[in-house]
Design a protein around this ligand. Structure first.
Ligand code: ADP
Ligand code: MG
Length: 310
């Protein structure tokens, strides 16, 4: 650094000031983080670049001292880093690891709050998903998540999943794991237990506003209709609620997922064809099924009933 000091000496005529400045300079360049930075960038920085960028080095060292002393800095939660940009030394600020963790937790909390998941499913993690016998749906779930993340940027419609399989095989759990992963990526989803929703909507006709609920639900970024096919539907529920939701989501290409004890074929032939009074309406069933097929691909899930492990 002697040559640099020579360069600096020339800049200060007043010996007292020069001495003070040199001392300051010396302290800064000897700071281990600065020394390392200068070493890493010795090819890219001339002596003059270092002298010109001294104020940046000084800012960096000072801020790190304040952080180390636990002081509140002008940018709480951020830490400085030195970079070289076109031969200039610059200080950039990055969120600290603690800050990133805090922001992510907050974001997750916010999103999960909107997912409306049963308590036991809030911690369902796709990373922990036991895959035996369910490789295909899991792979499809991971692809769907990636496509949803891309969807934010390029608008390509991600086709959803229709998970079919018997009770306890893990359909709801997989949907919840998808919802949690989407939340981590800032994507809001809503899971609706379809049988309870039917009851709620029927109640809303008498003492609420079914259209308000309907409008909210049809627009959520990612909609999961859980356990569709479990209870009988009225024609109104099928055509004017389910039909409207699916139509809207199809027209607007909004990601939609389903889980059911029934295959798509059985859903159409056994569930959607007959209303709660037993009338057979195959054409109406077909219309609904067309929309479901547009929105989602069917995946059969097999395996033991995990609700009652032996
Ligand atoms: P389904 O919706 O198909 O009836 P659930 O998703 O409710 O089945 O799963 C049944 C039980 O098994 C739940 O208690 C759930 O938490 C648990 N479970 C399902 N899949 C997994 C998994 N991959 N890892 C851990 N627990 C699981
Ligand atoms: Mg379920």
């Amino acid at each position: 650094m002697d040559n640099i000091s020579d360069g600096l000496k020339r800049r200060f005529r007043d010996p007292k000031m020069r001495e003070q400045y040199l001392k300051l300079f010396d302290d800064v360049v000897k700071d281990p983080a600065v020394a390392q930075f200068l070493k890493d960038n010795q090819e890219r920085l001339s002596k003059q670049d270092i002298i010109t960028g001294f104020s940046k080095l000084y800012e960096f060292v000072n801020l790190r001292k304040e952080l180390a002393a636990g002081k509140q800095t002008f940018a709480p939660g951020y830490e400085p880093q030195l970079i070289v940009s076109d031969h200039h030394i610059e200080v950039v600020y990055h969120p600290t690891a603690k800050m990133v963790e805090h922001q992510q937790a907050q974001q997750r909390q916010k999103m999960v709050g909107m997912i409306n998941l049963p308590k036991g499913l809030r911690n369902a993690r796709i990373e922990d998903y036991d895959i035996s016998g369910r490789e295909e749906p899991l792979r499809a779930a991971l692809t769907f998540i990636d496509e949803c993340i891309d969807y934010q940027k390029n608008g390509n419609f991600p086709k959803g999943l229709y998970l079919s399989g018997s009770l306890g095989v893990g359909k709801t759990y997989l949907l919840a794991a998808i919802a949690n992963k989407l939340a981590e990526n800032g994507i809001q989803s809503m899971m609706i237990h379809f049988p309870s929703f039917s009851v709620e909507m029927t109640g809303a006709i008498q003492n609420g506003n079914p259209n308000q609920i309907l409008n909210q639900i049809k627009q959520v970024p990612v909609l999961m209709l859980d356990d569709i096919g479990a209870t009988r539907l009225t024609s109104w529920m099928r055509d004017d609620v389910l039909g409207i939701i699916l139509e809207y989501r199809m027209q607007n290409e909004l990601p939609t997922l389903f889980s059911s004890n029934l295959s798509m074929k059985d859903l159409q032939e056994q569930y959607l064809t007959y209303n709660n009074r037993g009338d057979s309406e195959p054409l109406k069933a077909m219309r609904i099924m067309e929309r479901i097929k547009f929105l989602a691909t069917e995946y059969q899930m097999v395996g033991p009933n995990r609700r009652n492990p032996e």
